[in-house]
Write a protein that binds this ligand. Structure first.
Ligand SMILES: [Zn+2]
Length: 404
């Protein structure tokens, strides 16, 4: 039997001293019970974000609704003694463990254990440290006892989240930390060119941006992106043609007589990470003749949110997102002309991931948005995915390449 150590953390005003008492197996810790977020009492103010009939003013409140794509399960300290827990996901999670790290104690300990967290859940929880002396499970399996601490200044506790839920394991692989928000200025200032979204569409947008961020983070995408010249060569060889257009990624300078401003290997590597950096993207919806992207904006049509992404039609989104990263129509990172650039490659790749079932979400029934006619202007059927036998990733990898 493994000998357990028992630590004791004393809180004296703002500082914490801790002693280690090796009292063997005699101490019987009492941990806080796990929390079922599907059945919380009213004091936790449980709610579902983005309910179909919720006022769109909520989703457009950028101080209230925002998340980083690699942290769909979000925990934010509120006041000195509470946290707000939010899940930006159309599918719930099980067995979510929130660890805390205090500034003057170097071990992470289990603060909350959620047995279930439903889709798009939000609730508020007292920080148990501020309520009374408690035992906490350390990551090592040992126990720490921490005295009551009156409160914490903002940012004093570092939270980290772990879960063995297969969906959470997919979230953990996302390398992008783009911040996602919705912005009503576009349709307010240019109604028609842009259209207002609603929570039904916001749920689809969130689902899509998590999937898309996972796809960009995928090792197969990274290797294709950083060896695009090889991809082009293989594509031409398979088709039995010469290489159409640019051989590799090129930048925003106008191409003169087929002379491209090719990017160096180092520049391509850096650009890849620009797609995955921490910048903010405002997701919006267009209503006019064309979609738009640039600066924080990336937009597409209602049909892209409701149906398109489920069948891998990510061409428009990839194009507008590339404008958002900084590429113009003279670069094949945005433009699909001249033999196809990222728009085409990403779309083929995304479809291959759907085929492999290698995205966080591949079943449109988790939202069934296509059936919610009251909230849509178009009419839709349940999206049905099929992969082309000519998909270059299917031809090359033949069902292999799934991310673990
Ligand atoms: Zn464009």
């Amino acid at each position: 039997m493994r000998k357990k150590a028992h630590f004791f953390v004393l809180a004296i005003l703002a500082s914490i001293v801790f002693g280690c008492s090796d009292d063997g197996d005699t101490y019987q810790p009492t941990y806080l019970p796990s929390i079922d977020a599907t059945a919380l009492p009213s004091e936790n103010h449980p709610m579902t974000m983005f309910e179909d009939n919720e006022s769109p003013s909520k989703m457009y409140d950028k101080t209230d609704r925002w998340f980083r794509v690699n942290e769909p399960f979000q925990i934010i300290q509120k006041g000195k003694d509470s946290v707000q827990v939010s899940l930006y996901s159309p599918v719930g999670l099980t067995n979510v463990k929130v660890y805390a790290k205090l500034p003057n104690y170097d071990k992470r300990f289990l603060l909350y254990s959620f047995s279930k967290v439903p889709a798009f859940h939000r609730s508020f929880h007292k920080i148990p440290l501020t309520e009374k002396k408690n035992d906490y499970l350390l990551e090592s399996g040992n126990t720490v006892t921490i005295d009551k601490i009156e409160g914490f200044s903002s940012g004093a506790i570092q939270f980290s989240v772990e879960s063995d839920d297969p969906l959470f394991q997919k979230f953990k692989k996302i390398k992008s930390n783009h911040l996602v928000q919705f912005h009503d200025g576009y349709h307010i200032n240019e109604l028609g060119k842009f259209l207002p979204m609603n929570p039904v569409l916001a749920k689809e947008a969130i689902t899509m941006i998590i999937n898309y961020s996972y796809a960009l983070s995928h090792p197969l995408y990274y290797s294709t992106f950083t060896n695009f010249d090889k991809y082009k060569q293989e594509q031409a060889a398979t088709a039995g043609t010469t290489i159409n257009g640019a051989l590799n990624w090129h930048g925003n300078a106008e191409d003169v007589n087929g002379v491209y401003d090719y990017l160096t290997k180092d520049e391509i590597e850096k650009i890849y990470w620009n797609y995955l950096d921490k910048r903010t993207v405002y997701m919006a919806m267009v209503g006019g003749d064309s979609a738009w992207g640039g600066g924080n904006l990336a937009s597409q049509w209602e049909s892209g949110y409701v149906s398109g992404h489920w069948v891998g039609e990510m061409s428009v989104w990839s194009h507008e997102y590339s404008h958002h990263i900084g590429f113009s129509h003279s670069s094949n990172l945005a433009n699909s002309g001249e033999g196809g650039g990222q728009q085409e490659m990403l779309t083929h790749f995304y479809k291959y991931l759907i085929y492999l079932n290698d995205l966080p979400f591949t079943d449109s029934d988790v939202l069934k948005t296509w059936s919610k006619t009251n909230y849509l202007t178009g009419t839709y059927k349940k999206p049905v995915f099929i992969i082309s036998p000519k998909n270059p990733f299917l031809l090359k990898y033949k069902g292999e390449g799934k991310w673990n």
